[in-house]
Design a protein around this ligand. Sequence first.
Ligand code: SF4
Length: 334
Amino acid sequence: MVKQKTYFIRAFGCQFNKADAEKTAKVLEKKGYKLSPSLCGADLVIVLMCSVRQKSVEKVKSQIADLRKTDKQIILKGCILPSDKKMFEAMGVKFSFKGLSNSQIKKEKPKTGLVEIGQGCNNFCSYCVVPYTKGPEKYRSPLVIIGEVKYLIKKGVKDITLIAQNVNSYKFNRTNFVGLLKAVSNLEGDFKIGFLTNHPKDMSEALINVIATLPKIKKEIHLPLQSGSSKVLKRMNRHYTKQDYLKLIQKIRKKIPNVRLTTDIIVGFPGETENDFGDTLDVIKKAHFKQAFISKYSPREGTASFKLKDTIPLEEKKRKEQILLKLTKNNAKT
Ligand code: SF4
C-alpha cells in the first residue's frame, strides 16, 4: 500500500500568515496530503516566514538548518525580504509548490474566519519591510470578498475579520472601505465583523460613523500609534502627529463610547530620547488603550531607517517595553 504523504505548517508573524496557512492546508489536502500531528512526522514542511523582525528571521533560519538534516521537503512562503530570500536559497530551500497560492478557506467548523481583502502597502513607514516584500496595495473585488464572507456565514462562522495591511485604505473601482463594510454588514445571518489593521491617516469620519451605527460591526478598532512623539513619527514617515492621533481618539470615543481600542508601539526607534518616550507615555495615559502590542525596534535591511544608527541598546528597549506594558494595563479603560 502506498503511504499517504503528510504535511506540517509552521506560521510565524501576523494574521496574514495564519490566513495563508489555512489556504495552504486546503490546497495540500486537495493534493492528497494529510496533516501530520507533529513536525517530526511530516514529509513536507511549509514554513510561513516573516521578515518584519530579525528575531523571526533567526528562528526560521535555525528551524531550516535543523530540517535540512532530515529528508523532509521544505517550502518557504510568507513575507520575505529579497536579502533573506537569497540567504535561504543558499541553504537549498524552495519557494514554490504548484497551486499553493490559489485556494479557498479551510476548517470544517471554525468559529472565527479571516477574509483577506487585499495585500501590500503604499505607505513606506521608514522601519517596515512590507512595501518591499508584498509590493503596492492591491485589493480584491467586493463581489469576491462578499462571496467568501457568505461562505463563512453558511459554515456557521460567527466572528469574521477582514484583513489587509492597510484595511482602511481599501479601494476597488468605486467601492471604498466604508462601502465594503456596509455591504458586508447588510448580509443576512448571525455574525459579527471586525477588521485589521488600520492606518490612523485613513481613519475617516465616515468610517467612524459606520462602525458606530452598524450593529454587525464590532466596536473594536486597532489603531497603531507606533510612537507618541511627533518628531519620531516624522522620522518613521507616519504622516500624523501626536496631536492628530489624540484628536482622532477623542473623535472615536465620542462617537463610539464603548469602543475597544488597541494599538501597536515600537520602542527604541533610532534617536528616541527620554522626551520622545515621555510623549508615548502621555498618549497611553490619554488614550486608555485596552491593549498595546509593543515591539522593540529592529533594523531591517533595505528600509529607510536601516541607514539610521540603531542607537538604543537592547536593555533600554526592554526597560521601555516593560514600562509601556505596565502603564497600558493600569490605564486601560474597562
Ligand atoms: S502602514 Fe503598516 S504595512 Fe504599511 S509600511 Fe507602515 S507599518 Fe508597514
